[in-house]
Design a protein around this ligand. Structure first.
Ligand SMILES: Cc1cc2nc3c(=O)[nH]c(=O)nc-3n(C[C@H](O)[C@H](O)[C@H](O)COP(=O)(O)OP(=O)(O)OC[C@H]3O[C@@H](n4cnc5c(N)ncnc54)[C@H](O)[C@@H]3O)c2cc1C
Ligand SMILES: *[C@@H]1O[C@H](CO)[C@@H](O)[C@H](O)[C@H]1NC(C)=O
Ligand SMILES: *[C@@H]1O[C@H](CO)[C@@H](O)[C@H](O)[C@H]1NC(C)=O
Ligand SMILES: *[C@@H]1O[C@H](CO)[C@@H](O)[C@H](O)[C@H]1NC(C)=O
Ligand SMILES: *[C@@H]1O[C@H](CO)[C@@H](O)[C@H](O)[C@H]1NC(C)=O
Ligand SMILES: *[C@@H]1O[C@H](CO)[C@@H](O)[C@H](O)[C@H]1NC(C)=O
Length: 536
């Protein structure tokens, strides 16, 4: 049954739906949801082709499609009651209204890269549905005004491609991994290889369109500066559903330079990394971003395992200037001309994202991730260089794990110039670098030992990183830091993770949440809680 009588009031419809489900016991909650969608969408289609229920043979394929962490699609994980793939903005409005009316918990997914699978698996509240924005992925670039409207379901790689297609001297400073969905990515900050020059993706958002808890579409003007502040770094899915971001493009030179230089422990790796900690954020030119990627490798001759650090860089300029900058700022790396490749900005994106050399930018239009595994990650911020003895202890810890990975990302430059209150993202001046700890595995039953290893590693690192609070990056979602056990979780409970991600900005986020979503409709394991209702 498709309801097309638009003159019925929502309340009347709601009652009708309920009574029809009682009158026809066969009509399921899914059917009622579809009827409700038809009623509330201004652009009506045959919704049955956009809905996937567990009895549909495509259900798992759709669920898995962008689920980046396999830990959250194993059979034992709770599965959505249905997945809805809207094809028009008004369908998302309708989905909010209908989930509210029918009392079905809603999750929203853009690129599916949430580290804890929050966009497609709910462990605290079942049943739930997933609104998957994969079909809403337009990117409209306006070079003349140095801006673009980008839709939530687009990947950041598609955004980069569409910019580069129109100009070789414009870019956007967001994530390094090209399959991230802009819907979730920018809500948590969005850092990448141009952050030292231009800050985060969220620092370069100038407008947005969001669907609020009442199903209304708001832009910057109608949502107001409080909400506009909260969505640029306050984390995904606490305040509404982002449909579009308007981003400010940044200038990039037509020639940039990239390099990757490897150093093992036997080649003086510890001393060099100690030096990197001192210069990468605090001293180097902000046109230069050198991250350190630390892994275990085995020596080709002896087969002995060692720690290898890859220094991977983007320089916003040509090789001559880069060699000069390195000679004065970081000569210890011993960079030579033959280590360097001059290229375009868009090809530097492919290089940093690890595509094989020669890959054409068109690959970005596939808009999906190429590798998936079971993984767990955690993050830390460092304000004082870790002494060599600390690094040596860290190498011992790495040797205990099969496939450990550390990624150290330098801050400084523009990151130090933006105040901690400018957006909810508070990791600014004084941060030398961020550490990401990662471990991955290939089979579901290996989980326990790897989880145990990474938690012990995290304990080991405590003396060397920020304290009170020990800060973490919200886009590296980590449920070990605490979860909202109930819909009405207490502020004290939530502060366990909230102050780590947002420091004191957490309290402003709570105030804004209380104003825009007092009933806590948009919620998940680590969503911003509203203040409890005032006692009469
Ligand atoms: C392989 C990999 C590489 C990464 N590299 C980087 C990097 O270089 N830089 C960086 O900053 N981060 C990086 N991240 C982290 C990434 O920014 C976050 O995981 C981000 O939340 C992903 O957004 P998404 O839309 O892909 O994920 P999703 O899982 O779809 O969403 C993440 C969260 O946001 C919510 N959400 C999704 N869409 C919306 C929407 N439209 N409106 C409101 N809320 C929404 C979801 O419900 C969920 O809570 C990486 C992650 C992975 C897995
Ligand atoms: C599965 O769902 C798709 C999309 O909703 C639909 O086109 C298809 O007919 C369904 N298949 C079955 C067997 O229900
Ligand atoms: C799948 O389940 C839904 C809801 O329970 C129902 O409407 C639909 O007819 C079912 N489809 C098939 C192919 O069994
Ligand atoms: C989805 O992923 C899970 C976990 O890896 C796997 O068991 C399942 O076979 C996958 N299903 C499909 C259809 O890809
Ligand atoms: C949360 O709600 C439950 C019932 O829904 C109630 O028993 C409990 O007291 C509430 N807790 C707080 C902190 O309000
Ligand atoms: C944001 O967080 C910083 C760091 O804790 C704090 O100094 C600042 O007062 C906060 N700003 C707001 C508006 O809450």
């Amino acid at each position: 049954m498709v309801l097309s009588n638009y003159s019925m009031s929502p309340m009347f419809l709601f009652l009708l739906l309920l009574s029809s489900s009682f009158a026809h016991p066969s009509s399921s909650k899914e059917d009622i949801f579809i009827q409700c969608l038809s009623y509330h969408s201004t652009v009506s289609i045959s919704f049955s082709s956009t809905i996937f229920t567990p009895n549909n043979s495509s259900f798992t394929t759709v669920l898995n499609s962008t689920a980046e962490n396999l830990r959250y699609v194993v059979p034992s994980m709770p599965k959505p009651q249905l997945i809805f793939r809207p094809t028009h903005e008004s369908h998302v409005q309708a989905a909010v209204i209908c989930s509210k009316q029918l009392g079905i918990h809603l999750r929203v997914r853009s690129g599916g890269h949430d580290y804890e699978g929050l966009s497609y698996a709910s462990q605290i509240e079942t049943p739930f549905i997933v609104v998957d924005l994969a079909k809403l992925r337009s990117v409209n670039v306006d070079i003349q005004h140095h801006s673009a409207w980008i839709q939530a379901g687009a990947t950041i790689g598609e955004v980069y491609y569409r910019i580069a297609e129109k100009s070789t001297t414009h870019g956007f400073p967001a994530g390094l991994c090209t399959s991230l969905g802009v819907g979730g990515h920018i809500t948590g900050g969005a850092y990448g290889s141009m952050m030292r020059k231009y800050g985060l993706g969220a620092d370069n958002v100038v407008d947005a369109r969001i669907i609020d808890v009442n199903g209304r579409i708001l832009d910057r003007k109608t949502m107001g500066e409080d909400l506009f502040w909260a969505i640029r770094g306050g984390g995904g899915a606490s305040f509404g559903i982002i449909m579009w971001w308007k981003i400010k493009l940044v200038p990039v030179p037509s020639t940039v330079t990239v390099f990757t230089v490897a150093r093992t422990l036997e080649q003086g790796g510890t001393k060099l990394l100690h030096r990197w900690q001192q210069v990468a954020a605090a001293e180097l030119d902000e046109d230069l971003f050198i991250r350190a990627i630390i892994q275990l490798t085995s020596d080709s001759k002896s087969g002995k395992r060692t720690v290898t650090t890859l220094y991977q860089a983007l320089f916003l300029g040509g090789v001559e200037k880069l060699l000069h900058v390195m000679q004065t700022g970081f000569p210890e790396l011993g960079l030579t001309r033959k280590d360097c490749t001059e290229t375009s900005w868009i090809k530097s994106v492919l290089y940093i994202a690890n595509y094989p050399s020669g890959t054409q930018p068109e690959i970005l239009l596939q808009g999906k991730s190429t590798t998936k595994n079971y993984f767990k990650a955690k993050s830390d911020y460092v304000k004082d260089p870790i002494p060599e003895t600390g690094l040596e202890g860290l190498w011992k810890k790495l040797m205990e794990e099969t496939n450990p990975l550390l990624i150290w990302t330098p801050y400084g430059g523009m990151m130090s110039k933006i105040s901690e209150s400018e957006t909810p993202f508070p990791h600014r001046k004084g941060v030398l670098f961020k550490i990401q700890y990662l471990t991955g595995w290939q089979a579901a039953n290996q989980e326990a030992k790897h989880m145990d290893w990474i938690r012990k590693l995290y304990n080991y690192m405590a003396p060397y990183v920020t304290k009170s609070p020990r800060q973490a990056y919200v886009n590296y979602r980590d449920l070990d830091l605490g979860i909202n056990k109930k819909r009405n979780t207490s502020i004290t409970e939530a502060s366990a993770w909230g102050t780590r991600y947002f420091k004191d900005n957490f309290s402003r986020l709570i105030k804004i949440k209380t104003k825009v979503d007092p009933e806590n409709f948009f919620r998940h394991e680590q969503s911003i809680p509203p203040l409890p209702p005032k006692q009469e």
